[in-house]
Design a protein around this ligand. Structure first.
Ligand SMILES: [Zn+2]
Length: 265
């Protein structure tokens, strides 16, 4: 039995039983483990349940053995003794297990590199987007009343913005109306420690109980991303007062790109 793996562009791993059949390919969001998947598939091919395998181990504590096998299949956790034993029970050469373990190492490394690349690209896109938004602020503030009164404008999603607070459902994307309101009343802005310009906060996270946490955003003057802006408690308080509860609105179909063109009409 061979299992084929392919690292896909979005950082997930495609798994297939044959090299050529792309259609068979099952995409798994890979938290874990090629090694785990290998042992799981091998066991299933032999029509054995985890409990049956655990009994074949011959260890006195079957429950514990079963838990450890489950652990291996789920996360690939490395129990050298178990790997040997499983190879024996499934009658596979131990060299194959070593090959798969090596695969895993290479994959983890590739995956790490790819995820890093994705993160960097995403950050770059977000930065370009918000610098454009900040450049449009005079225009947006001129149309402020119209934007906050019209749900089509208010609920334009702003990709890359977010808000998360402990014990609260986090908001992965804020709305144009929210950010504009917070920026206009100066509650989600700060002074840039490098150039003294205005930092427009685009995201914040922390704990409302302890007040620990920070915000981040972009400076309108030096045009840099700024992290670690303090006063999370304040960001939290004003955001909470402003936030519209979800069932009351429908997300706008407009995007920020549409917005300026439509507003000019
Ligand atoms: Zn600055």
């Amino acid at each position: 039995m061979r299992v084929y793996f392919e690292l896909l562009g979005d950082g997930t791993v495609g798994i297939s039983n044959s090299q050529s059949s792309v259609n068979d390919r099952k995409t798994v969001n890979f938290e874990g483990s090629i090694v785990g998947e290998f042992f799981k598939r091998t066991r299933e091919e032999r029509n054995l349940s985890i409990l049956q395998v655990a009994k074949l181990f011959g260890f006195s504590n079957i429950d514990k053995t079963k838990r450890n096998i489950e652990d291996i299949e789920r996360s690939g956790k490395h129990y050298p003794e178990y790997f040997r034993k499983l190879a024996e029970i499934y009658q596979i050469p131990f060299a194959n297990v070593n090959i798969i373990t090596q695969y895993q190492k290479e994959f983890d490394l590739k995956k790490k590199e790819l995820l890093h690349k994705i993160t960097v690209e995403k950050e770059k896109r977000t930065e370009l987007f918000f610098l454009k938004v900040i450049d449009s602020l005079p225009f947006l503030f001129r149309h402020f009343d119209r934007i906050v009164c019209d749900p089509d404008y208010y609920f334009i999603p702003m990709p890359g913005s977010c808000f998360s607070a402990a014990y609260m459902k986090s908001r992965p994307e804020l709305y144009l109306g929210e950010l504009l309101t917070l920026w206009k009343n100066g509650k989600w802005t700060s002074e840039c420690s490098v150039c003294g310009g205005t930092v427009y906060i685009t995201g914040a996270g922390g704990s409302p109980l302890s007040g620990s946490g920070s915000g981040w955003g972009y400076c309108s003057k030096c045009r840099k991303a700024v992290y670690g802006v303090k006063h999370f408690a304040e960001f939290f308080n004003v955001f909470l007062k402003l936030q519209v509860s979800e069932p009351t609105f429908a997300k706008s179909n407009l995007t920020f790109k549409d917005c300026s063109g439509v507003l000019k009409q």
